[in-house]
Design a protein around this ligand. Structure first.
Ligand code: C5J
Length: 223
């Protein structure tokens, strides 16, 4: 089961074996995608992010059918906020701060309704769910150890937001030696120009952070 799949990507073809790869879905939680959550509290239009849900579902379905490992992350803080630096909580002038009570429970707090992955992409019991206190999925989490324990060398990323948690996580993964692919239409930003810039930054300079490709060739390759 070490079959290699090669797909058209930028800046050149991306090759991976499903058995040594994980699909990493970043922060597709209600806090970012639904009104009343953290993303909206910062003044963002969350409907932009909802548009990628069908594509994320299609990639997730194809990935599961190929038997690949799936990782879901959530930006989540402990109820006592001991893992939320004051610099993060007090920055700016949001309508609700992290830990405040909002329409979907306490903002960005683990276990609250707003902190759950959206139902369309709900994790299955055999999939990994990582709660992360930072923007990157590797900071203060067991993710690297879990992936190493399963012989994972390649990571395929989707989720939100492209230039914040997705790009930060890809850079962290790249520095840890993973070959990373970003699914271009499986990620979104509240700022479309930032998404486009992040995609270019990732695959520029010979793939300095990794590769990018649309969902279609990935799904076709997995079939
Ligand atoms: C943000 C994230 N944008 N998941 N978090 O604050 O990208």
């Amino acid at each position: 089961d070490r079959i290699e799949i090669e797909i058209d990507a930028q800046p050149f073809a991306y090759a991976f074996s499903p058995a040594a790869s994980a699909l990493v879905i970043i922060d597709m939680q209600r806090d970012f995608v639904e009104p009343g959550g953290f993303g909206a509290s910062l003044g963002n239009d969350v409907s932009l992010l909802q548009a990628i849900i069908p594509t994320c579902q299609a990639v997730l379905q194809a990935w599961r059918a190929a038997g690949g490992l799936v990782v879901h992350t959530r930006e989540a803080h402990k109820a006592d906020l001991s893992d939320c630096p004051p610099a993060k909580r007090l920055r700016g002038n949001p309508s609700l701060r992290i830990g405040d009570q909002g329409p979907m429970g306490r903002v960005l707090v683990a276990g609250e309704p707003g902190n759950q992955i959206i139902p369309e992409l709900a994790p299955r019991p055999n999939e990994i769910v990582v709660d992360k206190p930072g923007k990157g999925a590797f900071y203060a989490t067991p993710l690297h150890a879990m992936l190493q324990g399963q012989g994972i060398t390649h990571l395929v990323f989707m989720g939100v937001t492209t230039e914040v948690c997705v790009q930060t996580s890809m850079r962290e993964a790249n520095d840890r030696g993973y070959d990373c692919l970003l699914v271009e239409d499986g990620t979104e930003s509240y700022f479309p120009a930032f998404k486009q810039a992040a995609i270019k930054m990732i695959h520029a300079q010979g793939g300095i952070v990794g590769w990018t490709a649309p969902a279609a060739p990935l799904i076709a390759g997995l079939a």
